[in-house]
Design a binder for this molecule. Structure first.
Ligand SMILES: Cc1cc2nc3c(=O)[nH]c(=O)nc-3n(C[C@H](O)[C@H](O)[C@H](O)COP(=O)(O)OP(=O)(O)OC[C@H]3O[C@@H](n4cnc5c(N)ncnc54)[C@H](O)[C@@H]3O)c2cc1C
Length: 157
């Protein structure tokens, strides 16, 4: 690990030198799923929408799922299948958008060649000048999962 991080600051160097066990693991995501619920069963959190951590939103999405799932269940406790269909219809578009945005972020963060990085910054500079809202993340961070949202009807399974 020391060899992989030759230019870190003093504090980081101490941490690395004192590490006794190091793990290397892969990061995986999936494409957004076409559906989550069948009858009285549904998915939530990473099981429903595994995403890369480059927007730091995986757990945030699971918490939003949890709120909406609880609300929809409380609205029709006698009809679980309908509640799950509403939950899925509300949550799938948003979590799918975040999944794909996190994947795009990975491509931006992990360019290794200096030439590719320069090209990326020049392109981003040009694009944000022509569209100042391009990197706007209000859709992500200003979303209020507790506000009522119309569920887009989807066929029940
Ligand atoms: C490096 C990294 C950084 C991250 N940073 C952030 C961040 O900054 N912000 C953020 O919001 N998210 C972040 N995340 C994502 C976040 O950790 C996950 O999205 C979140 O933990 C998903 O929660 P979950 O409950 O859906 O799944 P999990 O946390 O995976 O929980 C599933 C649980 O089910 C258990 N389980 C599995 N199989 C069985 C079984 N058969 N029987 C019983 N139990 C079982 C597992 O042991 C586990 O405890 C990060 C992820 C990574 C990898």
């Amino acid at each position: 690990m020391s060899a992989a991080f030759p230019k870190v600051g003093d504090d980081m160097r101490v941490l690395i030198d004192r590490a006794q066990n190091c793990f290397k693991w892969g990061l995986f995501d999936r494409d957004p799923l076409p559906w989550w619920s069948r009858g009285r069963i549904t998915l939530l959190g990473d099981a429903a929408h595994p995403m890369l951590p480059f927007l730091a939103q995986g757990a945030a999405m699971a918490i939003e799922d949890g709120f909406v799932l609880a609300r929809e269940l409380s609205l029709s406790p006698e009809d679980l299948a309908a509640a799950l269909q509403r939950y899925e219809a509300i949550r799938r578009p948003r979590s799918g958008k975040v999944q794909l945005a996190a994947r795009a972020q990975a491509n931006i963060f992990h360019l290794t060649s200096p030439a590719a990085r320069l090209k990326r910054w020049l392109k981003l500079d040009r694009l944000t000048k022509s569209d100042p809202k391009l990197l706007n993340r209000d859709w992500l961070y200003e979303h209020d999962a507790t506000a009522g949202e119309p569920a887009v009807a989807s066929p029940s399974r």
